[in-house]
Design a protein around this ligand. Sequence first.
Ligand code: IMP
Ligand code: MG
Length: 170
Amino acid sequence: MQMREGMIPSITKDEIDAMVSELAAEISKDYDGKELVLICPLKGSVLFMADLCRKIKLPQMIDFVYITSPKGESCRIIRDISVDIQGKHVLIIEEIIDAGRTLSFLKSRLMASYPASLKVVALLDKPALRELPIMPDYVGRTIEDRFVIGYGMDSEEIGRNYTDIYNFAQ
Ligand code: IMP
Ligand code: MG
């Protein structure tokens, strides 16, 4: 893998696996007897989605949405979902929430399609720099305000394939 300078191991692949298993167990229990639609915002959530969906032992559909949220600009949809979510139990699968802009935008977009329910699963939550009042319903771990890469998360597109999560020395 292409290691970046100053990278510090933060969360190991075993810890990630345990977090994902715990989230999946909780979701499988809460939605027992129901069918789910899991929505993965590209690209950062792809690895988390792939692991989580296989551990949720419930009937489910998966779909992908690609939203860009450049700093200082409004969010824009590059690729919209293609399944009909009306009357469905929908979960947004986010790898990390920071300012919360992307998630707020996506939530209101999806609410407009009248799902039966809509909740948010986040592997990591960085509430320190939140700009909008939004909280995940399921959280793997709350972390301090540090930029992290690995397990789907990137720094200028590098690092998504790392199996562990790293942060940078400050
Ligand atoms: P928000 O709109 O500021 O909440 O940003 C959400 C998106 O920004 C996340 O889904 C990630 O794709 C990306 N992001 C936020 N924090 C980090 C980070 O520490 N590392 C890598 N990507 C991040
Ligand atoms: Mg994301």
